[in-house]
Write a protein of this length. Sequence first.
Length: 131
Amino acid sequence: MATDKGEPRPASPARVAAFRTGLSAEARAAAFLIAKGYRILAKRFRTPHGEIDLVARRRSTIAFVEVKARDNLDDAAYAVTPRQQARIIAAAQIWLMAHPEHDGYDLRFDAMLIAPRRLPHHVMAAFDASP
């Protein structure tokens, strides 16, 4: 949104805090994946149709990873909604078109659940792209 003078409005403190929490969670998730042998190919890949938090490769698999940070792991798991899944799938299709060198890789949609004072929880194949 913009002010009457066309200047952008400053973000609310709650929105800034949520943004920082998200960045921190994505950094934790990326570090965890690297420790598991993944190579991070992209972070925060944005498209008009959606965003992918992390794109990672391990051997012949490309994982599109949605990172969710909540107060507990159950709340984080429930935060990956069907609508959001559809947006991630659409963004993944765009990423794949932009990276034809990964044609032929196995594809997977994962979730990385982040909660305070807990190790990240990696849910492999958290959802699929089947209609």
